[in-house]
Design a protein around this ligand. Structure first.
Ligand code: PLP
Length: 390
């Protein structure tokens, strides 16, 4: 099968499948164009559906083992795509990446202790800290030339000096679209080592990196003894987030073992038959689809830039170096996210409110361009309509 424009242009009808993005009537009305939840409106790699169908055809779904092959498929993929060489012992299976963030916080801090995050950031980062009674230390990213965000290392160091025990990092960064460079990541590591801060890096968006940027896995920069864990999953990459399967990866087995104990004590279980089946198929047979997808998303990003220039010339989009999510400053049109959302709902288009990523997101919206080009164009047209109406 060809994973060309025609394949991705066709999209897939998701209405009535109980999917959050299209069917959540608390957020969007019937007929609205959804550009919000971070999954994609494309058929996934056929090898995944075929593997699930084959397994489903055997009508007994009893307790299932996580096998060496499951782990080996993940590790081989990681080596092929990212040059990372890890042993099976470096892997801890998890149901979700957010589970990993929460377990990391619970495992390596006590209630009330301080956890650093670079903000604005994907909402569950803050929730992982606050739901567990810890204190989130927000280190705001600075918006520099061309609306590109950067880490304020002085403020990060100040935060570490204030007694931070753990840092949760998003790499690449949702929502501001940064693909952190080797130099930036190395600077973070210098500081975490200096202040004894344990680092958990959510790398779920690793595959969505646009040339000339290159994804730098945090574990390609670590040294023996570093207290760093990477969280990964096929869920974003292959659009199978509803199945739920993720990995914590670290050569630091002391850290991994502690995390495993916390996971087991909390009663977190995994090993869903279909998640394992789908994920193995994704790692082993999904790459042609993924390459086609990246070509399509690259074109969509160019299209989005053109559409914004034409229809919403005062929107400021930060450079999307990575992810399929565009971070839009719409404050020239309307300063409040609540009002922006209201106007968009009225016009039949749904984006994610900037404040979901923290107070720094006021006046911003996040737009998901992981959809057929026609859907993207219709969505932007409706945004224009919404913002040009008084
Ligand atoms: C940065 C980031 N981490 C984690 C997740 C969710 O991952 P999971 O469903 O495996 O918890 C998302 C989903 O949008 C995300 O953007």
């Amino acid at each position: 099968m060809n994973f060309d424009r025609e394949f991705f242009d066709a999209g897939i009808d998701r209405i009535g499948t109980d999917c959050e993005k299209w069917d959540d009537r608390a957020v969007l009305n019937e007929g609205a164009v959804p550009l919000w939840v971070a999954d994609m409106d494309f058929r996934c790699a056929p090898a995944i559906g075929e593997a699930i169908a084959r397994r489903a055809a055997h009508e007994c779904y009893g307790y299932t083992m996580i096998t060496d092959e499951d782990i080996a498929a993940f590790l081989a993929y990681n080596e092929r795509r990212h040059g990372l060489r890890n042993a099976a012992e470096d892997v801890l299976m998890l149901p979700c990446v957010v589970t990993g963030l929460k377990l990391f916080v619970r495992c390596f801090t006590e209630p009330g202790e301080r956890v650093a995050i670079l903000t604005p950031v994907y909402g569950p980062f803050t929730m992982s800290i606050e739901q567990n009674g810890r204190t989130a230390v927000r280190v705001p990213l600075t918006r520099g030339r061309g609306d590109r965000y950067q880490i304020d290392f002085d403020r990060l160091e100040e935060a570490f000096r204030s007694g931070v025990r753990v840092m949760l990092m998003c790499s690449p960064h949702n929502p501001v679209g940064r693909c952190w460079t080797k130099e930036e990541l190395e600077k973070v590591l210098v500081l975490t080592r200096r202040y004894g801060v344990k680092l958990c890096v959510d790398e779920i968006h690793a595959e969505f990196v646009f040339a000339p940027q290159r994804f730098v896995p945090i574990l390609s920069l670590t040294e023996a003894g570093d207290e760093v864990v990477s969280l990964m999953s096929a869920s974003k990459t292959f659009n199978i987030a509803g199945l739920q399967q993720a990995y914590a990866l670290s050569p630091n087995h002391v850290l991994l073992e502690a995390l495993g104990k916390e996971r087991d004590a909390a009663g977190v279980v995994m090993g869903n038959i279909f998640a394992l089946t789908a994920t193995r198929a994704a790692w082993t047979e999904g790459e042609a689809w993924l390459d086609g997808l990246m070509d399509y998303l690259t074109d969509n990003l160019s299209l989005l830039k053109r559409l914004l220039k034409e229809h919403l010339p005062f929107a400021r989009m930060s450079p999307v170096e990575a992810t399929y999510l565009a971070w839009l400053d719409l404050s020239a049109y309307e300063g409040s996210c609540a009002r922006l959302s209201q106007k968009f709902t009225h016009a039949g288009v749904a984006l994610t409110s900037g404040t979901f990523f923290g107070p720094e997101g006021e006046g911003f919206m996040r737009l998901n361009f992981g959809c057929p080009a026609a859907q993207l164009a219709e969505g932007v047209k409706r945004m224009k309509h919404a913002l040009n109406q008084q």
